[in-house]
Design a protein around this ligand. Sequence first.
Ligand code: SAM
Ligand code: SF4
Ligand code: F3S
Length: 458
Amino acid sequence: MKYYINTYGCQMNVHESEKMAGILEKMGYTLAENDAVADVVVFNTCAVRESAEQKIFGNIGMLKNVKAKNPNMIIAVCGCMSQQKGYPELILKKYPYVDIIFGTHNIAKLQEFLVQKQTKKHVVEVVETEDIRLRDSMEPTRTSGTNAWVNINYGCNNFCTYCIVPYVRGREVSRPMEDIVCEVESLLKQGYKQITLLGQNVNSYGNDMADENITFANLLKQIDNLPYKFRLRFMSSHPKDLSEDVVKVMANSKNICHYLHLPVQSGSNKILKAMNRNYTHEHYMSLIDMCRKHMSDIEFSSDFIVGFPGETEEDFEDTIKLVKKVKYQQLFTFIYSKRKGTVAEKMPNQVDIKTKHQRLSKLIEIQREIATEISSKYIGKKLEVLVEGIHPKKKGYLLGSTDFGKTISFEGAEDLLGSFVLVEVQKSNNTSLSGKIVDILEKSNSEYRLPLDKIRRK
Ligand code: SAM
Ligand code: SF4
Ligand code: F3S
């Protein structure tokens, strides 16, 4: 029996698909070549923008004929889109051949749903909350090579006015610190070289716990002290909650990367207020300065939304000014998308689509120039690189990443996968670097886990 998981959306979903793959493999399923030849197909969905939903609907629609030829195929739809009010009914109406629908809070019950399906036409279960211990009890089938994802908190309390996430992921719940540290230690023992901590807002880790020593800074310190050489990354950080304590821990650590994804969304104070982000352009810039004071080599990335309701040319210019001041290494840029049930959905002065596209293009163009300039400053420098994969196009070449998250290519043998090497940078462009290995810093002695590509993110 074969399974296939189609994953959409953020890293949180990628990791949850790993957990569902773990359940299916324990049941005896193996990975199929593609969804058309699988016995169980799971759609792990995203609802953050309308475009994501349209893509998912299109892909579920494409299985109609396949299922008609193979009526025993089971199709399950889960994740953020299924969690929205009215969506299970909508999905069943549009695609009556879907068998199982569940939300974000009960993925641990996948096996039970498959058993129930044997005697029911449809299995639909969307619940409001879950016991996170149940979620943490799942053993994931990990798929991202040298990197392992680790959840630290679930849900979100921030209610940014454009965002659907708090409605589909529920309120913030932190995992016990000892459970997280224990999981990370076991992963490092198994040979993983990079740990990425996941939360919608990692900086508010522990806020829901009575013990005031349970903070993100203390969690980072405990993980950093584990006796292994590895890279520690985390995402995402909300600027309103980023503390100097966290930045100092990063600066004084052995393993935490000097790289921060700090989503700002807009450079206009009027728009930031309307978005309910709870910080200003000036406060955000003071955070960037504080980080640079403690770590002169830190690089930043960010998320931006263009065309939020009421955004004028002047507001957009404030965004451009901020981008030029910070000089991000990388940006994730989005056109504002109306989400049902959010506060911004009902706001006046929605921006027309042509203006949104023009602003997006301008922002991308400016960022391309900045990223090219930032990359070029590394030419001639020797950088520590984690070897992560084989170059898909250049024979005999490998791919790795720098501490500050830039992809770099270089010539090398496959047995270096999972090792830390020193690479001298020779060329650069806006997205990547290339160079030559000048030293091997730590050869991987654990069996490198090639990306199994069991979970294809769409
Ligand atoms: N919790 C993280 C944060 O606050 O940065 C990530 C949230 S979301 C999954 C990732 C990004 O999607 C957000 O930072 C925002 O830029 C973008 N986003 C969220 N809702 C959106 C919407 N309605 N339209 C366009 N982009 C949106
Ligand atoms: Fe959405 Fe804001 Fe929460 Fe991020 S912090 S998930 S953007 S509501
Ligand atoms: Fe992530 Fe999309 Fe849900 S971005 S939290 S999968 S709405």
